[in-house]
Design a protein around this ligand. Structure first.
Ligand code: BGC
Length: 907
């Protein structure tokens, strides 16, 4: 023990201690991770809640859940379908239902109360959920649509072109509805209305899938939209990803189609079904004359059909619908929320070009569409909007990096005068909009940008004393949400927009600090399984709108990493259980076709997008910079075997473990024999990627770690002037690796560089999102998307885990037990981070000024933390609050804290 007792005492005060009377409340009730979800299909849904309280060191000791078929029954504790009784447990996340069998399409109500070490909460508010259609035979609806191309120029090949379909069904209710539930799917995308009103604000519904395997349907409670007598159910159908987009090899599944089933329960106890069938009417002669996510939407206001979605409309010139084929996939209640307009932003400027075109600047590279609030148009004179991320030096749109996507929305006014408009079935990735066809300069207030992505909570905020880090975080925030489109996509602007696996392997983990992406990724790992070949190959684009089975490892690894992320961040072990057999099949397949003498030989993409030696190159041509394919695939495969060992433990497949371990050991030996030079402690050609992957994924021979790490540092400092030298693979471990092995200062340097290559360089060049290439400003435009998130690697994880010091304690998941251990790079003075975990909000804010240090932390109720700090700090422990234990060790102080808000300081 050193002289720490004589140092200025660290004062640890419990900020809100002493308020023992403060109330405890159970809040944030969720079923299958959603509040009041409609259409749950799992037969044992899982319940989660949080406890809020200002009382420190609050631990749940038991819980009791009750569920019933009506709120009244629940309140009276009658006819309960489940009363869990008092269950002694401190878990409050994903507790499975164990009551009576849940019935198809029924609504249920539930509440929970908990006992804690500080007393009992009352019953929570009542929440509800409803079940989906559990038996296939209950589907009475038929797939309907218009089974032909009937407008000029329409084509299903190459550059596909098709008008939207409008469908209507009139019915008379005759009595008051007590409950009206709509079960609906429309491929590619639908917008449903009852009596002229949207059934929800969802857009691009349902979520994308590999349609031959799975088709998602949505469930909406539309009771409040029902009228007593005449009713009109209407749907608009767009192409989405079903009537595939242009680019020759993108799958076209068929023409759009609708499946809808409205179940009405009347207050007199009778019920009625309105289903999609031969009795519906359809037209494709409405105003949306073309819609295509790559090319844009064309709207001809001359064809508007005012009131088309209301009962009084004359549809005598509409056609009878065609019965369409079943898309083939299993009808599945969608487990994740749909996309919504999540924000609306205003443009910041406009330029007029000499030829009368206007260029609008949204001030931010965003994803969504442009809404016209008021513009003046002339009958028959089209106004065209084209979208781009950048401008050329002459202020025209820079479209080279958009490739073959036409990105043009068109509006044809039906009369002279003002109009407002926004598209329905298209989105763009853009900062700038070119407007052609206006007669006079519009007002900036005529436009707004609708920002769309999957409905989810923002869970994290992060600020520091360094502006480059702050702007990088902001760019990441915009980039990540802009690339959620029912699946994580590579980019939102050019002619790809696909679920490329490799872009997300480690990234998904960092994203989860900022967004509650649990349900999106839970759904995407299913897409990956749905896209798997019978032989076990994984398509590196999933859903496999492009089927690419190349039997390599580095891109498919994202499947395993995402499944692990769902467990680690959210405590959800279900995806591990569900996908275990298919993941195992993939590993076996790879062993059969891609492994020779325990080395994984196949690799397609290399360390994709590493900074090349010349700024005009996309990929490096210098063998000294490139990491060999087998190094990448062997290290990654090794990490997958280790993950499978963990998964086997979690899923009870313990018999599989010896084989994984044996293979892993053999691979490690073979790999080190082939690629490790014991004299120089280097892997292969000594790239940072080869060395960091081997070190961080656990392949380095014992005793060589330190020298290997020194090689990483030397290479980075000497050959790359303390800049990043890795591509998409090396970057997944770089920041944490440097920090764990003791060089947080080098990690910090890389994080705050502003010269090429760095995230800061992108910012210096005006980026408001993250680029696809480190040299995205100078490389071939064919591959310089301004909005790819893959180069983030483990940066966000490093922000949270290392700079803010927020991470799971080893062995803990869902932040039930935290390890709070910030790292303090030289010259960095302030971090303020928050992350809303499934147990509640975690906060960490530290400030270092001269010799003074203070740190405020918040640990959510029913969780605890181990806090580690350098040893010069001493604790003065106030009595009677959440400080459970204080140990002084050689490497510093180890403090165990219960929940609460604390301030630690040395002044
Ligand atoms: C995509 C990437 C993807 C890569 C794979 C690119 O065109 O945009 O993000 O991972 O191809 O090679």
């Amino acid at each position: 023990m050193k002289n720490i007792h004589f140092l200025i005492g660290l004062i640890l005060t419990v900020l809100i201690a002493g308020c023992q009377e403060a109330r405890m409340k159970v809040v944030s009730l969720k079923v299958e991770m959603q509040e009041n979800p409609e259409g749950v299909e799992v037969t044992n849904p899982r319940f989660s809640w949080q406890i809020t309280s200002a009382i420190p060191d609050l631990v749940q000791q038991s819980y009791r859940i009750q569920a019933a078929r009506s709120e009244d029954d629940l309140n009276k504790e009658e006819n309960l379908v489940w009363d869990s009784g008092t269950i002694e447990s401190d878990l409050s996340v994903l507790i499975p239902y164990e009551g009576e069998k849940l019935l198809s399409r029924y609504a249920y109500f539930w509440r929970v109360k908990v006992t804690t070490n500080h007393g009992e909460t009352g019953w929570s508010d009542v929440n509800n959920w409803s079940m989906g259609i559990l038996n296939k035979t209950e589907w009475k609806a038929k797939w309907i649509g218009e089974d032909r191309l009937s407008n000029p120029g329409e084509t299903a090949e190459g550059s596909t072109r098709l008008a939207a379909r409008y469908l209507r069904k009139f019915f008379t209710a005759g009595k008051k509805a007590r409950r009206a539930m709509l079960y609906v799917s429309g491929l590619g995308s639908y917008e449903a209305y009852l009596n002229g009103k949207r059934v929800s604000e969802d857009v691009f519904a349902p979520t994308v899938s590999w349609y031959p395997e799975r088709v998602y349907y949505n469930v909406y409670d539309i009771t409040s939209l029902m009228k007593k007598n005449e009713n009109l159910l209407a749907v608009k159908l767009g192409n989405g990803r079903y009537f595939g987009m242009r680019q020759s090899d993108t799958q076209v599944f068929g023409l759009p189609r609708l499946l809808a089933q409205l179940e009405i329960e009347y207050s007199d106890g009778t019920s009625e079904l309105i289903v999609s069938d031969e009795s519906w009417k359809i037209t494709s002669k409405g105003p949306i004359i073309a819609n295509n996510e790559f090319d844009g939407e064309e709207y001809d206001a001359r064809l508007e059909m005012s009131q088309w979605n209301k009962a009084g409309f004359d549809d005598s010139n509409w056609e009878a619908v065609d019965i369409m084929g079943d898309p083939g996939g299993k009808l599945t209640a969608q487990p994740n929320p749909n996309i919504r307009v999540m924000e609306e932003i205003s443009p910041i400027g406009m330029i007029e070009l000499h030829d009368g075109r206007f260029i609008l600047d949204m001030g931010q590279n965003m994803v969504g569409w442009l809404k016209i609030t008021k513009l003046y148009g002339k009958k028959d004179q089209p106004i065209t909007f084209r979208f781009a991320e950048l401008l050329n030096p002459d202020s025209t749109l820079y479209l080279a990096n958009i490739r073959s996507a036409k990105v043009a929305d068109k509006y044809i006014p039906g009369e002279n005068g003002s109009f407002s408009w926004e598209p329905s079935f298209v989105y763009h990735g853009f900062r700038f909009v070119e407007i052609t066809g206006l007669e006079e300069r519009p007002d900036l207030s005529s436009f707004s940008g609708k920002v769309i992505y999957d409905r989810m909570e923002t869970t994290g905020d992060f600020k520091t004393s360094n502006e480059i880090i702050n702007q990088t975080f902001k760019n990441a925030y915009w980039g990540i949400r802009g690339n959620y489109r029912g699946m994580p996509t590579d980019c939102p602007q050019r002619d790809e927009r696909q679920g490329w696996l490799g872009d997300r392997a480690t990234g998904c983990f960092g994203e989860a600090f900022i967004f509650d992406n649990a349900l999106l990724y839970g759904k995407w790992v299913q897409d990956i399984e749905d896209s798997q070949s019978p032989e076990g190959s994984v398509s590196v684009v999933s859903p496999r709108y492009w089927t690419i089975y190349n039997d390599d490892v580095t891109w498919p690894a994202a499947w395993f990493y995402a499944v692990k992320m769902l467990y680690y961040h959210y405590g959800n072990s279900e995806p591990i259980k569900k996908h275990y057999p298919s993941m195992k099949r993939y590993l076996e397949r790879i062993q059969e076709v891609s492994m020779q003498d325990c080395i994984l030989t196949k690799d397609t993409y290399g360390d994709w997008c590493m900074p090349p030696e010349r700024q005009d190159l996309i990929h490096s041509a210098d063998p000294a910079r490139k990491t060999a394919g087998p190094v990448l695939s062997t290290t990654m495969y090794y990490s997958l075997l280790n993950l499978m060992t963990e998964f086997a433990e979690i899923t009870g497949h313990r018999d599989d473990i010896p084989a994984y371990e044996e293979l892993a050991a053999n691979i490690r030996n073979a790999y080190n024999a082939a690629y490790f030079n014991t004299d120089s402690a280097r892997y292969d050609n000594n790239t940072v990627t080869a060395n960091i992957l081997s070190l961080q994924l656990g392949l380095a021979p014992e005793g060589y770690e330190k020298r290997l790490f020194e090689n990483i540092v030397r290479k980075t400092e000497l050959d790359f002037d303390s800049h990043v030298s890795t591509g998409v693979l090396g970057i997944q471990h770089l920041m944490r690796g440097l920090t764990q092995h003791g060089n947080v200062d080098l990690a910090y340097k890389i994080a705050t560089n502003t010269s090429y290559p760095s995230w800061g360089y992108m910012i210096e060049k005006g980026a408001t999102t993250i680029w696809e290439l480190w040299n995205g400003d100078t490389a071939d435009p064919a591959m310089n998307s301004g909005n790819h998130v893959m180069l983030l690697g483990d940066l966000l994880i490093w922000y949270y885990e290392d700079l803010a010091g927020i991470k799971n304690y080893p062995g803990s998941v869902a932040y039930k037990k935290l390890l709070m251990e910030p790292k303090f790079p030289e010259g960095h003075s302030h971090v303020k981070a928050s992350y809303r975990s499934v147990y509640g909000e975690i906060k960490s804010e530290w400030l270092k000024e001269g010799s003074s240090f203070s740190w405020e932390i918040t640990i959510p109720a029913n969780t605890s933390a181990i806090v580690r700090l350098p040893q010069e700090i001493i604790i003065i422990q106030p009595e009677g609050n959440g400080i459970r234990k204080v140990n002084e060790t050689d490497s510093g102080l180890v403090i165990e804290l219960g929940s609460g808000a604390y301030r630690l300081s040395n002044i």
